[in-house]
Design a protein around this ligand. Structure first.
Ligand code: AMP
Ligand code: GLY
Length: 428
């Protein structure tokens, strides 16, 4: 089979790595890919942006692609699955109507309320004065969310009412996130640890993956600004088998049944971002795709052939293709460019990847590029904020983290920063 994989992050390198292990796969074209996918087994980058739907379709038709796998949310929410299906091309991911669960937080909240899925209260506004009046009437601080896609930056946790009103004006009047903040949710502020539960879905059946946790703050000990994620681990010790059955019964099953009843059966990855509050579990958000960096710990735990699973989802027979998971745990540590998530230098030479892999780590690339993009033997340079995710497996979380850090110790680029407490909540 020839595959087309869309996206360019650490998640996509992890997907490419796992897909390439399938004996069914001959070649994987990655659009646009990164330095990791440029040199990975069976892989070849193609310079088509993940938002150029027409370009991606033309490429898939010209190359007679057997299966397209979509990494990021933007093309899913823009309707790439509908477009490929209409052209008769097999593609893995939810159709646009189902991807609204991530693409519109207003839709998602209304859907949860309609189906009694546990979540915080929220009010939806498109008028600044009305939103500001509502916030002023509250005796607690809420969370503010742009309804549309905002590249992970659309959630604001104000520290005061003044800050909340200012943020509302930025979103609704100044349109700080463009059309994505033309509608804003004012939502109940919840407290508790967070767990990500991802599941394969075929429209009817669900197969839950090992629950994961990510570390969002920049600094060791959970200080500093929020980032796209500085590390992750799975399985989460917070998620007991009972908890996972509760998630399946009260969250995932109602989504799958509700979407089917809406005429938009959910096929793809359903990602539930959950908070364990003192009053029980609550859904913070749904994503319609694999998580980043969760994928870099979940896929190394998967023993089954990923291509079989994705095809089973597309053909509605996930019940016959249950995924098999490895015993033990996985941890991934992100190495970022100094200055991230603010401005940072690019073009720094990266060394030591082979030595890290010799230690038994998998090194997934996010912000890397070939020094000369036309030649695979020219060495790697940094090209983004999050540069690498170094994954280790072990018999438990602590062993997995030890393995990841042992590999990371061999990798070098100027200005590299990382947390020293990934999957080690009590160590600094
Ligand atoms: P989301 O994109 O909705 O997952 O939000 C990003 C992050 O904001 C979450 O991972 C939480 O840390 C935080 N967050 C979102 N919603 C809430 C909420 N209702 N209460 C407290 N924190 C939240
Ligand atoms: N790790 C958060 C996300 O993928 O949205």
């Amino acid at each position: 089979m020839n595959l087309l994989l869309i996206g360019s992050g650490g998640r996509e390198h992890a997907l490419a790595w796992k897909l390439s292990q399938s004996a069914q796969v001959e070649r994987i074209f990655v659009a646009p890919g990164n330095g990791g996918t440029a040199t990975a087994a069976k892989c070849e980058n193609v310079t088509i942006s993940d938002s150029d739907l027409a370009g991606l379709l033309a490429f898939a038709q010209a190359q007679a692609i057997d299966l397209t796998v979509v990494g990021p949310e933007v093309p899913l929410v823009a309707g790439i699955v509908d477009l490929f299906q209409a052209a008769g091309l097999p593609i893995f991911g939810p159709v646009q109507a189902a991807a609204q669960l991530e693409g519109s937080k207003a839709f998602s909240k209304a859907f949860m309320q309609q189906h009694n899925i546990p979540t915080g209260w929220a009010r939806v506004f498109d008028d600044f004065e009305e939103a500001a009046d509502f916030v002023q009437s509250l005796d607690t601080l809420p969370v503010l969310k742009a309804s549309g896609l905002a590249a992970g930056k659309g959630v604001i946790l104000p520290e005061s009412q003044d800050e909340a009103i200012h943020a509302l004006r930025e979103m609704l009047v100044a349109r700080s996130f463009g059309e994505a903040s033309a509608t804003v949710l004012v939502e109940e502020r919840l407290i508790g640890p967070e767990v990500s539960v991802l599941a394969f879905c075929d429209g009817v059946h669900i197969a839950v993956m090992p629950p994961a946790q990510d570390h969002k703050r920049l600094l060791t000990g959970d200080g500093g600004p929020n980032t796209g994620g500085m590390g992750a681990f799975a399985p989460s010790p917070l998620a007991s088998p009972d908890f996972l059955s509760e998630v399946e019964r009260t969250v995932l099953r109602p989504v799958i049944d509700g979407m089917a009843a809406n005429g938009a059966p959910y096929v793809g990855i359903l990602y539930a971002g959950l908070m364990l509050t003192p009053d029980g579990l609550r859904v913070l958000e749904f994503n319609c795709r694999f998580g980043d960096p969760e994928t870099q710990v979940v896929l190394p735990l998967l023993e089954s052939d990923l291509v079989d699973l994705l095809l089973a989802c597309i053909h509605g027979r996930l019940d016959e293709a249950k995924p098999i998971w490895r015993e033990g745990a996985a941890a991934t540590v992100v190495m970022a460019s100094g200055g991230y998530p603010g401005s940072y230098a690019k073009g720094k030479t990266i060394n030591g990847l082979a030595e890290a892999e010799e230690k038994g780590c998998s090194v997934f690339h996010a912000g890397t590029a070939l020094a000369d993009s036309t030649r695979a033997d020219t060495g790697l340079i940094t090209s983004g904020g999050r540069v690498l995710a170094v994954t280790g497996l072990g018999e438990d979380l602590s062993a997995a983290a030890d393995r990841a850090y042992a590999g990371l110790a061999h990798i070098h680029f100027d200005g590299a920063v990382w947390r020293t407490d990934i999957a080690r909540p009590h160590k600094n």
